[in-house]
Design a protein around this ligand. Structure first.
Ligand code: NAD
Ligand code: AHE
Ligand code: ZN
Length: 371
């Protein structure tokens, strides 16, 4: 039976989200209906809303950092039942595709093609408004009280975990920690530079601290991010505005030739270059996490790579969601991942546009929307 759901709909790029009541069709085979209890707002939601995302499609229900409860399952669903607590995954884990079987990547491709078109795996959408289709987003659409998600895109988590906190493990916190531990594999004693101290960069600091890095340099234009960065483990804070010379030169001078690992957590292609070039000759590795807009490209002198620096990227921290996310939730439950410090604002769905304003004003780390 089709149900009604309150949702924040992006009717077009650069337009405020509109809170409307959409129609949600029941889950089809291999899908589940999820009642979203809470969702974080990530910079990637703002990126897509800005119109810069090559895969941006409107009207759509954005949101990909949610926590919810399974309300119904479609035919053939075996790994989930009604009442299960789940975190929707924008990186599915089918365990059957070439990517999953490779053991080399978390980038399951089972539903990726339709997901990128804003559709469910059968090529249709479950959302509509006034009879007009509304597109899904990143396979999750957590800015709706009810959403439909493929079974393979849902990580089942313990019921005791507070959904209005562990929702942040659906993207930001997991991405930052995972990029450090899974993608870069930072080792104890290493030096690390983290560019951008939003939700992702701060989580990367946490990851570097967990890896026992000896020096963790946080870089941001906004001085308001410094305190939390230090609290999470940054040993040094650098504001590029305080220096006349290029930021990569500043970091190289501070670290006797460059850092062992750097992470770009902004989505700025010039900063991606700086992050690579502040790495140590011979072995320094830079991981791109930030998402850059359509048409943007990275560049550096090939000599930077010839002389041993490595450029790589990370999506969802290299984490296989269904297998590994329950472990992240348990770590949060044990206090090893302090989710509270990331949550600067709680807002009702009606105020979701405020969450975007706070992000753009540099006032928030994560706003959590409660339904
Ligand atoms: P955010 O807006 O919370 O944080 C961005 C931070 O970058 C802010 O603190 C801002 O002051 C700082 N910044 C901006 N320009 C800067 C500059 N030139 N130099 C230094 N600092 C600068 O964003 P977020 O939610 O943390 O997301 C960060 C990026 O990561 C975005 O591009 C987002 O799309 C991307 N992201 C990628 C993945 C992935 O899986 N690869 C996952 C989540 C987010
Ligand atoms: N749609 C964009 C790319 C957006 C992007 O890079 N997304 C990241 C996750 S950001 C989460 O906040 C990601 O995981 N990408 C891998 C994937 O399969 O989408 C574009 O450029 O087209
Ligand atoms: Zn995100």
């Amino acid at each position: 039976m089709t149900i009604k759901s309150r949702a924040a709909v992006a009717f077009g790029p650069k337009q405020p989200l509109q809170i409307v009541e959409v129609d949600v069709e029941p889950p089809k085979a291999g899908e589940a209906l999820v009642r979203i209890v809470a969702t974080g707002v990530c910079h990637t939601d703002a990126f897509t809303l800005s119109g810069d995302d090559p895969e941006g499609i409107f009207p759509a229900i954005l949101g990909h950092e949610g926590g919810g409860i399974v309300e119904a399952v479609g035919e053939g669903v075996t790994s989930l039942e009604v009442g299960d607590h789940v975190i929707p995954l924008y990186t599915a884990e089918c365990r059957e595709c070439k990517f999953c079987k490779s053991g080399k990547t978390n980038l399951c491709q089972a539903v990726r093609a339709t997901q990128g078109k804003g559709l469910m795996p059968d090529g249709t959408t479950r959302f509509s408004y006034n009879g007009q289709p509304i597109y899904h987003y990143m396979g999750t659409s957590t800015f709706s009280e009810y959403t439909v998600v493929p079974e393979i895109s849902l990580a089942k988590i313990p019921k005791e975990a507070p959904l209005d906190k562990v929702c942040l493990l659906g993207c930001g916190v997991t991405t930052g920690i995972g990029a450090v531990l899974n993608t870069a594999k930072v080792e104890a004693g290493a030096t690390v530079a983290i560019f951008g101290l939003g939700g992702i960069g701060l989580a990367a600091i946490l990851g570097a601290k967990m890896a026992k890095a000896s020096r963790i340099i946080g870089i941001d234009l906004n001085p308001a991010k410094s305190d939390l960065a230090r609290q999470l483990g940054a040993t040094d804070i650098v504001n590029p505005n305080d220096h006349a010379k290029p930021i990569q030169d500043v970091i190289v001078e501070m670290t006797d030739g460059g850092v062992d690992y750097s992470f770009e957590c902004v989505g700025n292609v010039k900063l991606m270059r700086a992050a690579l070039e502040c790495c140590h000759k011979g072995w320094g590795e830079s991981t791109i996490i930030g998402v850059a807009g359509a048409g943007q490209e990275i560049c550096t002198r090939p000599f930077q790579l010839v002389t041993g620096r490595v450029w790589r990227g990370s999506a969802f921290g290299g984490v296989r969601g269904r297998t590994e996310l329950p472990g992240y939730v348990e770590k949060a439950q044990r206090g090893e991942i302090p989710l509270d410090v990331f949550i600067t604002h709680h807002l009702p769905l009606e105020d979701i546009n405020r969450a975007f304003e706070l992000m753009h004003e540099g006032q928030s780390i994560r706003s959590v929307i409660r339904f």
